[in-house]
Ligand binder design. Structure first.
Ligand SMILES: Cc1ncc(COP(=O)(O)O)c(C=O)c1O
Length: 358
């Protein structure tokens, strides 16, 4: 079975982890500091703060931006749950707005309609590896004095008009879960160009400590380990090559999948896509049939995401208006394996299997 995702490791990760274990310093050591520095450099941001996952990166970053009870934060309805739940974790209210059918990204017109006097920030998600419409969102932020926050969990290395994601918002939040474009096992990172936000993030992930055993606010233990950071440093060095391979695989699919019931993903103007997922759309409620067919032919697939965030039971009494495009996409989307080390034979097999489906 060709799996839907597969991390790329070699002896370099194994050697890096062995060295950390042999050193005896497996937490709060030099590896985390070096990883933060190298990641900030990669994204061309002033600073980067490592966390133990992408959700805690979002929670910490939102708190550091001053999001609290009574605030509203606009998020797309078609995203992974953590984009919205991290807002709730701050005591604030996520307002889910609809997305654009072709790009899957938050719809800037829908954002404008949802701004109220309580709106404090907008989270743009670079879903499936493609930057969202950053220029349009920044315009709304400027018009209404709102904070722009980037959810970069799926878009390490993606660029918008030649500039890396994570460098546009007050903060950018990354995830290093094993299915992502680069991994540390579990892990996350907050990028920022704001010194005071960076300082507050560092305090919040470390029990609100100003210095050792001096706690000036309630914080958390959201720290990344040195073992994770050592893996992350190796993965970061390979990221551009891994993203190029994802792009090559995506181009292969786009050239070779031909089926009347399938719509292929598109790349929006000014965006460099890193294809965290290659997401096709299957018309007329035929998606589940294709899932079974591909499974019978040894191809693993996944649905990102079967239920829009605004339709999740936990948000059922939030009185969020319906998001019809998200509801439609939830019934149509299907992610194909696009990870870097797929062989040409596997790529051809995936395309042939799809083209032969009827
Ligand atoms: C868009 C998005 N935001 C946030 C997260 C949360 O990251 P993590 O799973 O590392 O907590 C994810 C992870 O899948 C994600 O895809």
């Amino acid at each position: 079975m060709i799996p839907i995702a597969h991390p790329v490791f070699d002896d370099n990760e194994i050697d890096a982890v062995s060295a950390v274990i042999r050193s005896g310093v497996i937490a709060s050591g030099e590896q985390v500091l070096s990883f933060e520095k190298e990641f900030a450099q990669y994204c061309s941001t002033l600073d980067a703060i490592a966390t133990n996952n992408g959700t805690t990166a979002l929670h910490t970053g939102l708190l550091a931006c001053g999001i609290h009870q009574g605030d509203e934060v606009i998020v797309p309805s078609f995203t992974f749950f953590a984009t919205a739940s991290s807002v709730s974790m701050c005591g604030a209210k996520p307002i889910m707005v609809d997305v654009c059918e072709e790009s899957f990204e938050i719809n800037p017109d829908a954002i404008v309609e949802s701004v109220t006097s309580k709106t404090k920030a907008i989270i743009g998600v670079h879903l499936f590896g493609q930057p969202c419409n950053i220029a349009a969102i920044l315009d709304v932020c400027e018009d209404h004095n709102l904070i722009f926050i980037e959810d970069c969990a799926q878009a390490h290395g993606a660029e918008y008009h030649g500039k890396k994601v994570g460098s546009f918002g007050a903060i950018g939040c990354f995830s290093f879960y094993p299915t992502k474009n680069m991994t540390t096992g579990e892990g996350g990172m907050i990028t920022t160009n704001d010194v005071s936000i960076a300082e507050r993030c560092r305090r919040l992930i470390n029990h609100g400590q100003e210095k050792k055993y001096l706690h000036t606010e309630i914080g958390y233990n959201y720290r990344l380990t040195d073992i994770g950071a050592a893996i992350g440093r190796v993965q970061l060095r390979k990221l551009n090559v891994m993203n190029q391979k994802r792009n090559n695989n995506a181009s292969f699919f786009s050239r070779n999948i031909h089926h009347p019931d399938i719509t292929l993903p598109t790349i929006q103007e000014g965006c460099s896509h890193v294809f965290h997922q290659y997401v096709i759309r299957v018309r007329d409620n035929k998606r589940d049939d294709l899932v079974s067919w591909l499974s019978e032919h040894g191809v693993g697939t996944a649905v990102h995401y079967p239920i829009p965030v605004n339709e999740q039971p936990v948000y059922s009494d939030s009185q969020n208006p319906p998001c019809p495009v998200s509801s439609k996409l939830a019934k149509e989307v299907l992610s194909l394996p696009v990870y870097p080390d797929l062989s040409e034979m596997e790529l051809s097999h995936i395309c042939d299997s799809i083209n032969r489906w009827s």
